[in-house]
Design a protein around this ligand. Structure first.
Ligand SMILES: [Zn+2]
Ligand SMILES: [Zn+2]
Length: 92
């Protein structure tokens, strides 16, 4: 399969900074020492794809409140996006 489509995924911030509270990832104490809890990738927009790194709890806030700065997609875009992904997998 030849994929001529250029995928332009835009990342907001980086994996070491939550875009909601601007704090670093939380650290969990385990028997091995400190483990960084990876930030969650939140889709702010699907077309084009825009992803923000956020804490698990901050991510819940985005969707529960909701925080409109972080939700730029239209209703139904998430479904369309994942349907397209599924189609792609099917033809490869
Ligand atoms: Zn946060
Ligand atoms: Zn999200």
């Amino acid at each position: 399969m030849i994929d001529t489509q250029i995928e332009m995924t835009e990342y907001w911030g980086n994996p070491d900074r939550c875009m909601v509270c601007f704090k670093e990832p939380e650290v969990e104490q385990t028997w091995k020492g400190e483990t960084k809890i990876e930030l969650v990738k939140h889709h702010m927009c699907y077309f084009p794809e825009k992803i923000a790194y956020v804490h698990y709890d901050c991510h819940k806030k985005i969707h529960d409140i909701p925080l409109h700065t972080f939700i730029q997609y239209q209703e139904g875009d998430a479904r369309k996006f994942y349907d397209m992904k599924k189609d792609k997998e099917n033809d490869s």
